[in-house]
Design a protein around this ligand. Sequence first.
Ligand code: SF4
Ligand code: SF4
Length: 164
Amino acid sequence: MDNSIPDKADPNFRNELAKQPGGESISACFMCRMCTATCPITKVNNKFNPSRIIRLALFGLKKEIFTSDFIWLCSNCYACQERCPQGVNIPELMSTLKNLAVKEGYAPPGTKAQMNFIKGEGRIYPIDEFDNKKRNKSGLPSLPTSCEVVKGLFSGEKDSERDP
Ligand code: SF4
Ligand code: SF4
């Protein structure tokens, strides 16, 4: 008998989510799949299925959620929330799942790289002398290569290095 699902399931996960923004109404979901039928991302990538993510969350299969790419495909457009008959705040729930995935060390490599750029230079896309030369050539002033105000928000935090 395959007992992998009970081994992976965390029965407290739905309670944990219920305390987070967007998770308050998750238990009201009755799997009508209206969110999936509405989602513009599902229309271009049928592997992205918000109702499936909610079902996995209700079953407590958090590692399956955190290790998949799917939560990262949500664009937070709020289309699903407009039509959910149960008032589940799906976009905020997706953001909460992304935040929990980062906390648990499961951020995808591209997101980790962006986080480390922001922590290191205060910018997602670093500005270097080459960029400034191009700006100057177009009559634009040079920009500072790092943004100290943003870097200050992360003071005391280490780089995201943990791999799942
Ligand atoms: S639309 Fe709402 S109730 Fe229906 S599956 Fe999605 S979250 Fe659940
Ligand atoms: S908020 Fe996310 S899950 Fe909801 S419709 Fe938009 S892309 Fe799809």
